[in-house]
Design a protein around this ligand. Structure first.
Ligand code: NAD
Length: 491
């Protein structure tokens, strides 16, 4: 599949929560694909660890079923599948039971030379206890890496507590905080686009850019995640991590080199430059929504979470402003929501109109250039430019997209790698560039917390919106007040 595959060093990867949804749906398929591609060395092992009472054989059967479900048939080469399954083992351990860790120690000590990766695919309440458990049995070694994923705290205070718990055992250089958006090819391409081309960087500032829109729109509701989601809402579940991370990559200054800390230093500066949204400003700079019911088969948000009084938002739009030289006066509009028109994630950089229109009053007026960076469903870049509509008649302008859908450029056999493939191999390689540092997570909460506090102080409820729509009317009005419009939510 890939053009060049460099095998990583031998490793043992322990998935705490190995029987869970994340492990079965994302981690094992990603590891299988890297293995099938020849990137995983022969001696590497994968250990599922969970409190489900079963043995290695039934774990292997479960993993095999998950791979058949989540990996396309033409990728499931039988030799590669058997080789991968043979790497798997299982340990039935309740991590809260201190006596149970001995078997894990014996298993890992069989290969002391291996890099050790501990992937915490369990609820966040277990992150601290697992880190402590690893330290107590001597498994928090210098070759070990700890991987954690959202939710990384519920607010600034809990994020700081979590960081303290993890860093009391592991060095920051051994902690890998995953935001899988950062593993997407398009997001990495955003950095290539900005820093490997001379074309865009001179335009990448308030002189040439009118505004930016970042949209993560989902077509499904909260489904079975209702009880968790109602304690979080769209701002904690999507904005604090994914959308803010995209904003940082888009807005940061060029790092002095493509190195984990150099890049993360620049992202941190953006986070610190975000203008606080406090008090009554939340009424003008943010919009919250909750999806309504649509007939008996499509319950409302409140019905799905079983809490008629909930004020948790299933939609949020925020006008963010960055108080620095480069971005002064350029709004970054963020929006995300459930049960919207379509499933799509996109960054759109909307450039300013030409200073003067030499074409006068045409029937088809000029439109601003837009660079759209699409993460979902089809990863790719598109630059809309104005051209003359061909033909001998009058002079009409036409907006033409220069399309760079990545899959098309790579031939029909090419498959877009899943973000977890890249990120898991980066953990083994010890490359933290695409992972969040503890101070970044805290800085993001420092911006988010006052918004949530101001919502709570206002006592207002989120506005209802129809499922399958573009979201609450108030979000359209927020844009209209600035003389702008949201981009269409479509695939
Ligand atoms: P899940 O409920 O499906 O799985 C949880 C796993 O943890 C199970 O294997 C369970 O046996 C194990 N477990 C629970 N308590 C344990 C204990 N005391 N000792 C040992 N094992 C224990 O959850 P999930 O959806 O896989 O999510 C896991 C974590 O990853 C959560 O924090 C979630 O927020 C996060 N996450 C999940 C996804 C996803 O796509 N599922 C995406 C991003 C983040």
């Amino acid at each position: 599949m890939s053009s060049m595959v460099i095998p990583v060093d031998p490793f043992d990867l322990v998935i705490f929560g190995g029987t869970g949804d994340l492990a079965m749906r994302k981690l094992l398929p990603a590891l299988f694909r890297r293995d099938a591609d020849g990137q995983i060395p022969a001696t590497a092992r994968i250990l599922g660890l969970a409190r489900t009472d079963q043995d290695t054989e039934s774990f292997k059967a479960e993993a095999r079923a998950a791979l058949h479900k989540h990996v396309a048939v033409d990728e499931l080469d039988s030799i590669a599948l058997e080789r991968f399954i043979e790497r798997l083992s299982y340990l039935h351990i309740d991590v809260t039971d201190a006596r149970a860790w001995g078997e894990l120690v014996s298993y890992l000590n069989e290969r002391p030379e291996h890099i050790r990766v501990y992937y915490l695919a369990v609820g966040p309440a277990l992150f601290g206890p697992i880190a402590q458990g690893l330290a107590q049995v001597g498994l928090a070694t210098t070759k070990a890496r700890l991987v954690v994923e959202k939710p990384l705290g519920h607010d600034l205070a809990s994020a700081m507590t979590l960081n303290r718990e993890l860093s009391s055992v592991f060095n920051e250089k051994s902690i890998y905080r995953i935001d899988h958006y950062l593993g997407k090819e398009t997001v990495q391409n955003l950095m290539a686009l900005r820093f490997a081309n001379a074309l865009f960087e001179p335009l990448w500032n308030a002189n040439r850019i009118d505004h930016v829109q970042i949209t993560a729109s989902e077509s499904l509701g909260v489904g079975t995640r209702g009880s968790y989601y109602d304690t979080a809402g769209a701002i904690r579940d999507m904005v604090q991590n994914h959308l803010v991370q995209l904003l940082c990559l888009l807005a940061m200054e060029p790092p002095y080199k493509f190195d984990a800390d150099a890049l993360r230093d620049e992202k941190l500066k953006v986070l610190r430059s975000l203008r606080p949204i406090t008090g009554r400003n939340v009424l003008t700079n943010t919009v919250r929504g909750q999806y309504l019911a649509h007939g008996p088969d499509a319950p409302s948000y409140l019905q799905e979470v079983g809490n008629p009084d909930s004020k948790t938002e299933s939609y949020v739009a925020i006008k963010a402003e960055i108080d620095n030289w480069r971005w002064s006066g350029v709004p970054f509009y963020l929006r995300t929501g459930k049960k919207l028109r379509a499933q799509m994630t996109e960054i759109a950089v909307v450039f300013k109109e030409p200073a003067h229109s030499v074409f006068g009053d045409l029937e088809t007026p000029s439109m601003p250039n837009v660079l759209s960076i699409r993460l979902q469903p089809d990863e790719g870049l598109q630059l809309v430019i104005m051209t003359k509509d061909p033909g001998p008649g009058g002079f009409r302008l036409r907006a033409i997209p220069l399309d760079m859908t990545f899959a098309e450029g790579r031939g029909s056999n090419w498959r877009m790698p899943d973000a977890y493939e890249r990120l898991l191999m980066d953990v083994v390689r010890g490359n933290q560039t695409l992972f969040m540092r503890g101070d970044e997570v805290e800085a993001a909460w420092r911006w988010i917390d006052p918004i949530i506090e101001a919502w709570e102080a206002s006592g207002l409820r989120p506005e209802g919106y129809d499922p399958g729509s573009r979201g609450p009317i108030a979000a359209v009005e927020m844009m209209a007040r600035d003389g702008r419009r949201w981009r269409e939510i479509e695939v």
